[in-house]
Design a protein around this ligand. Structure first.
Ligand code: SF4
Length: 341
């Protein structure tokens, strides 16, 4: 367990999730983040290169059954051009993300990874869904540094109710494989998913923490009109802030992003989360002509202006909060399968 990590019982988590001591929770999370990261917020440029997906998660606007999405796929050249822009802005990490779109062959992705590594000194995070072990191995060997594979909940029953095409056990095993391959590995939850209770959320927090992951993500549920969950109530911003703050207390040295779904529910809530224990933001460098089509939830990629304008606004907001935008790679070193010597 990392030095200074809080250890909570299930009952204590239930009380804090219910808001029993928000002032203490948020202040303590901010203090720990400041101690760990010196008020720096890591900027990771993300390229959402395909919004095709073979799956039908009930909460997600990119689900295969949604015929109203304007689908797009970027070519390797378009992806590399976006990465070049991220590197030109000085950022130390690129995140390559897509739906579960298996038309990109493993060797195509490997070639993109190698090309990025030959052009730039930067970390590569992949978020490409549940791919096979041989593909994950190939990409790691090609130079990929990190992999993000979100569960959205670690409750088997709720998972099945929300993600009908995904296999709970396979995905859990994949997370372990990713760690064993030496990836800095991330996962996370959606707070207030339809059917989620504080009891489930408390167990999710304990499970996430027990896995010693490098990246821990949480964001609130946002109802999308073209999904089976269209009529379900949106999540609660304050509860999502509590969850990310608790993750910080329980995992002081993990990278914890502030997600854009917070802003979709309440403008400013993402920046607020950075003052409550989060330490990462991921500005989108997806080309402007397809930017708005990566519509996982309403409000995603909806900010006005081009990337330069959005980055300038973000930097101003961070400085206003007393936070410092950082271009550093910002590696986490928590993987229990990798020697830390
Ligand atoms: S959450 Fe991911 S896997 Fe599920 S439908 Fe959306 S893009 Fe596909």
């Amino acid at each position: 367990m990392p030095i200074g990590a809080y250890v909570f019982t299930h009952e204590q988590l239930l009380e804090l999730l219910a808001g029993s001591d928000d002032d203490w929770l948020f202040t303590e999370a901010a203090n720990i983040a400041t101690g760990q990261f010196s008020s720096e917020v890591y900027l990771r440029g993300i390229v959402e290169f395909s919004n095709y997906c073979r799956n039908n998660c009930h909460y997600c606007g990119l689900r295969a059954a949604n015929r109203q999405v304007e689908r797009y796929r970027l070519t390797p050249e378009q992806i590399l051009k976006a990465v070049d822009l991220i590197a030109a802005m000085g950022m130390g990490t690129v995140v390559l993300q897509s739906g579960d779109d298996f038309t990109y062959r493993a060797d195509t992705i490997a070639a993109i990874i190698r090309e990025i590594k030959s052009r730039h000194d930067m970390a590569i995070t992949l978020s490409l869904g549940d791919r096979q072990l041989d593909e994950l191995t190939l990409w790691r060997e090609a130079g990929a540094d990190r992999y993000l594979l979100k569960m959205e909940t670690f409750d088997r029953t709720l998972f099945a109710a929300c993600r009908p095409d995904a296999d709970f056990d396979e995905r859990m095993a994949r997370l372990k494989h990713l760690q064993q391959l030496g990836y800095q590995t991330g996962s996370g939850v959606i707070t207030d998913l339809p059917g989620m209770t504080d009891d489930i959320l408390a167990r999710d927090l304990l499970t996430l923490t027990s896995m010693e992951l490098d990246m821990l993500a949480c964001g609130p549920f946002v109802a999308h009109a073209q999904t089976p969950f269209a009529d379900r109530p949106n999540g609660d911003v304050q509860r999502s802030h509590r969850v990310s703050a608790l993750l910080r207390l329980m995992n002081p040295d993990a990278n914890i992003p502030a997600t854009s779904s917070l802003d979709a529910l309440r403008p400013g809530a993402r920046i607020e989360a950075l003052g409550r224990g989060c330490n990462v933001v991921m500005p989108s460098f997806t080309p402007q002509e397809v930017y708005a089509s990566y519509n996982i939830y309403p409000g995603k990629n909806a900010a006005a202006g081009g990337i330069q304008d959005r980055l300038a606004t973000l930097s101003q907001q961070l400085f206003h909060q007393g936070l410092v935008p950082s271009q550093a790679r910002g590696d986490a070193r928590r993987n229990p399968y990798v020697s830390r010597n």
